[in-house]
Every structure is written in C-alpha cells, then in structure tokens.
Design a protein around this ligand. Structure first.
Ligand code: ZN
Length: 238
C-alpha cells in the first residue's frame, strides 16, 4: 500500500496534465449514498423503484411524486466535500490537474473549490423552467412546496440526466478532449460498468492510468497502477 502511494505521488509530481474521472465512491465518503451499491439508494423500499422514479417518463407523468423522492433523497446541499474533493481542488489550483470528470450530480467538487468540473450526469445545482428557461438554484428547488414552479407558471426541472435522456454532447466532447490530452488519468470510486465511463477511458493515450477503487474492475489489466483502498485513505496521503 505505502509503495503504491509513493508511485502515485511520483506520477502526480511528474505530471502537468492530470485528468480525474470519478464515480459514486468519491461522494460516499461524504455520506451520500451510492446509487447502485447493496445498501444504496436503488435497494431501498419505495412505492416505485428509484430507477423508475428517476426516469424522464416518470418526471413528466408523476411530477409531484418525482419531487417527493428527489427532495428527500437527492438533496446534497447538507453534505460537505471530503478530503478527495479538497485534494483535487488543490491540484487544479497548482495547475497540475486540468479537469474533473464526474458521474455525480451533487456539486461537491465545486463546493471544494474545483473550477473545471465536467458533470456527465448533470447537477442538482442547476434547474431550469421548462417554459421560459429561467435558471433556479438548488435551494429554491429543495425548499419549495410540492412541485417547484417558475414566476411564469412553468414547471422547473433539475438539470440532471434522467433515465431515457441523452448525455449533454458538449460535456461529453470536452471530457473526451481532456482525457485524450492528459498524461495522467486517475479513475476513482467507480466500477466502470456504467455508460459512458467504460467508453471514455479508451480515449486515454497518456503515460499513466491509475485506478483507485475498493474492488477490482475489468479495467485493472489496462492500468499502470491499481489501488484497492478507500479514496480517503489514498488522498489523505498525497
Ligand atoms: Zn418560467
């Protein structure tokens, strides 16, 4: 373990173009439940399965029910960034890290001070009126009664990618560019089974690919360094 941390440190020191790709594991250490883990959000008991609630069809058809779940389960405003978020913000500030690509929608990277955050699945921090496109912040939505409405009477929709919805093409392209140009790619807290993670990693052409995850992944043999350890333990040492 210590040896692996030393290798990672050396890679970081020698790199000036790091890209970080993170999944749910980055935020679980802040207390945010992992969508897909055994005891995570998807295995709790609701009237409807969470993957149905978090779909475009459900949002359009059962908006009130959607928001009941969303406000109760997706409110990340009460959580704080952990050591991993903070170290990544520091590395960006030093000019070494160029982009954080994340599958998380909680906004914790920004809260830790990261600037270039590419959110593949959107963010709870951004919300738009479906009628006039006016912007609303997360506080407005989470503190609203029932269905959050715009001044114009339109329904507000969070800028998160629901099931059945496509990814934002510009964010996807920027992610590909960042990965393609990086010399060090750190992939952490994801099993790499969810689209588009597995596809994106294939754009990497750089020197070192590092995987940090509790369990092994099917990409381990592609990596120059694999650390099966909690992210907090790793990032608190670099
Ligand atoms: Zn409006």
């Amino acid at each position: 373990m210590e040896e692996k941390i030393e290798s990672l440190k050396k890679m970081i020191n020698e790199s000036n173009n790091i890209v970080f790709f993170g999944g749910a594991g980055v935020s679980t250490e802040s207390g945010i439940p992992d969508f897909r883990s055994k005891d995570g959000l998807y295995n709790q008991k609701y009237k409807y399965p969470p993957e149905e609630i978090l779909s475009h069809t459900f949002f359009m058809r059962e908006t009130e029910e959607f928001y009941k779940f969303y406000k109760e389960k997706m409110n990340s405003l009460k959580y704080e960034p952990n050591i991993t978020h903070k170290k990544l913000a520091e590395l960006e500030n030093e000019g070494k890290l160029k982009a954080v690509i994340t599958q998380n929608i909680d906004g914790l990277h920004q809260k830790a001070g990261s600037k270039n955050v590419l959110e593949l699945h959107g963010s709870v921090l951004r919300n738009y009126c479906m009628k006039c496109n006016k912007f609303y912040n997360a506080e407005y939505v989470f503190e609203s009664e029932g269905i959050p409405k715009c001044n114009c009477g339109g329904i507000i929709k969070p800028d998160v990618v629901l099931y059945e919805e496509g990814l934002n093409q510009e964010i996807l392209n920027n992610s590909i560019r960042a990965i393609y140009n990086a010399d060090l790619m750190i992939v952490a807290g994801t099993s790499l089974t969810v689209y588009p993670a597995s596809g994106l990693i294939n754009y990497f052409r750089g020197e070192n690919l590092v995987l940090i995850n509790r369990d092994s992944t099917s990409f381990d043999n592609m990596a120059n360094l694999v650390i099966n350890e909690s992210l907090g333990n790793v990032f608190s040492k670099i």
